[in-house]
Design a protein around this ligand. Structure first.
Ligand code: NAP
Length: 268
């Protein structure tokens, strides 16, 4: 009996500690400030978006697959009350449903779909014969379907905003007009083209709901640890320029694929 009590107390302590390890309390939000939900926010471009929106005093719902392992994000959230961390694997329906229920009364001004499966550069230039079916399927699951499901779940929250925007980070690798004319990134380019197609279709619905929907290219950004790619920009530059583009969006931009640099239109 005593042993059972000890076991129960240990489980209780474990549960309490595990919920305290990351900051997940949206009650601390300032209702007078706009709110953004970001997917894949534990590293690189997603994490930089968290930092820059937080610095602009936005309420930030920073989602990621494994909050407990998101050391840099946790450290940032500890010092910035306007950032809450939530678990969201965008391929996991239970995660999506739980989060959507938790925030059902929260207007979301920007839904920023950043999470993606991006090929590392050494593997990017393989030919068709080297395409791995499992990776191709996973790319579709995450880049296209996962993003679609997140938008399905949170569209109503974005509609609650007076100035709602849905952004999907896409890639010029998927653009028929502007991609490099070489065989490359089959799974990635196909999945981002599917994402673009979803965004384009959605723009005809979203316009009636007063919500702006776009695909956005972050440029070629150095996000592979230990690698610096010739011509690539740093995360801070990409994100600060995207922030300007996102801030300036109007309904005229709805349904377009835009570039981080100056908001010019990229040919699908
Ligand atoms: N870097 C570039 O040059 C470039 C160029 C064009 C477009 N993009 C796009 O921009 C976005 C961000 O790029 P990045 O370079 O920062 O990518 P990254 O370093 O590969 O980070 C991707 C992020 O997405 C998350 N993620 C992956 N699968 C997920 C899932 N199922 N559910 C939730 N989160 C998931 C990752 O989480 P984990 O840490 O758990 O894996 C990580 O936080 C991506 O959509 C990418 O395709 C990037």
């Amino acid at each position: 009996m005593q042993n059972q009590n000890k076991k129960n107390i240990s489980i209780l302590i474990l549960l309490i500690v595990s919920t305290w390890t990351f900051n997940s309390n949206a009650n601390q939000f300032d209702n007078d400030q706009p709110t953004i939900l970001i997917t894949g926010s534990n590293r690189n471009i997603g994490l930089e978006f968290v930092k820059q929106f937080s610095q602009k005093d936005w309420n930030v719902i920073a989602t990621c697959r494994n909050p407990k392992d998101a050391d840099e994000l946790n450290a940032f959230a500890r010092n910035n009350e306007n950032v809450v961390i939530e678990q969201l694997d965008i391929t996991n329906n239970e995660h999506i449903n739980n989060l959507s229920l938790k925030y059902e009364d929260q207007a979301i001004d920007i839904l920023l779909n950043n999470a993606g499966l991006t090929p590392r550069y050494l593997s990017a230039f393989r030919k068709l014969s080297a395409v791995d079916e499992d990776i191709a399927r996973e790319s579709f699951e995450i880049n296209a379907l996962g993003t679609m499901k997140v938008i399905q779940a949170f569209m109503k929250n974005v509609q609650e905003s007076n100035n709602g925007k849905i952004i999907a980070l896409s890639s010029k690798a998927s653009s028929f007009g502007e991609r490099l004319k070489v065989p490359m990134m089959y799974s990635y380019a196909m999945s981002k083209a599917a994402l673009n197609s979803m965004i384009y279709s959605l723009s005809f619905e979203s316009k009636r709901k007063d919500v702006i929907v776009i695909s956005l290219s972050p440029g070629m950004v150095n996000t592979t640890p230990g690698t610096s790619i010739m011509g690539a920009i740093e995360v801070e530059e990409s994100v600060s320029k995207m922030m300007v583009v996102i801030d300036g969006l109007t309904m005229e931009d709805n349904g377009l694929f835009l570039d981080y640099e100056d908001g010019r239109t990229i040919d699908w």
